[in-house]
Design a protein around this ligand. Structure first.
Ligand code: FES
Length: 59
């Protein structure tokens, strides 16, 4: 598998998980929330737009 096909997850200091690659994000209802090649997933629990980070971790 080359780097273009890999999906990479990076933990950002005191912030979200940055996910890059070829993937989709599904909600708990099974609907696709995102097919973007880069998303930031909340890991602090404060986001009003879960599972995505909305910057609330900075407050
Ligand atoms: S990690 Fe950014 S709002 Fe939770």
């Amino acid at each position: 598998m080359n780097d273009i096909q890999k999906t990479k997850v990076t933990t950002l200091k005191d912030g979200p998980l940055m996910v890059e690659g070829n993937f989709s994000v599904k909600g708990i209802d099974g609907n696709i929330l995102s097919t973007m090649n880069k998303v930031f997933l909340c890991r602090c629990g404060k986001s009003a737009n879960k599972p995505f980070c909305d910057g609330s971790h900075k407050k």
